[in-house]
Design a protein around this ligand. Structure first.
Ligand code: 5GP
Length: 121
């Protein structure tokens, strides 16, 4: 999939729409999800344009990948969920139900989250 510069996270990165910042470094931006699914729901995104995890792991530098993974842990610590636990989710593509085509990790916690998926078959 070709990266679409008009997606909502690209607009946040360009400062065209606001976000509630949680964490930032040279390669990543982390901000509160606009529609939180739990007390803690933060999105961690790379600053460079990647559609999803597949695209990211193919094209990103090692430094970028390491910084991205470390940002996830830093956000969990900042939000106080390291001891109680949390979930890291990345929705990818159609079956993954990805709505925004810019790679993002959902950091969700602050309450018991239950099973990962409801079985619907
Ligand atoms: P996806 O379904 O692509 O994995 O998740 C997209 C996430 O982005 C959703 O949890 C949704 O609530 C969040 N989101 C969509 N638009 C905005 C926005 O304008 N600002 C913020 N902070 N989050 C957004």
């Amino acid at each position: 999939m070709v990266y679409d510069n008009s997606n909502i996270f690209a607009k946040i990165l360009r400062g065209e729409i606001p976000c509630q910042l949680v964490d930032e470094d040279d390669y990543t931006l982390s901000f509160e999800d606009i529609n939180p699914q739990a007390q803690v729901h933060v999105l961690v995104i790379p600053k460079n344009p990647y559609v999803d995890w597949t695209d990211f792991t193919k094209r990103a530098s090692k430094e970028e990948i390491i910084k991205f993974i470390k940002a996830i842990s830093r956000v969990a610590k900042k939000k106080g969920v390291t001891k109680t636990g949390y979930r890291v989710i990345s929705n990818i593509g159609l079956d993954g139900n990805q709505e925004v085509p810019h790679l993002h990790m959902h950091i969700i916690g602050g309450r018991p989250l239950g099973p990962l998926l409801e079985r619907k078959e």
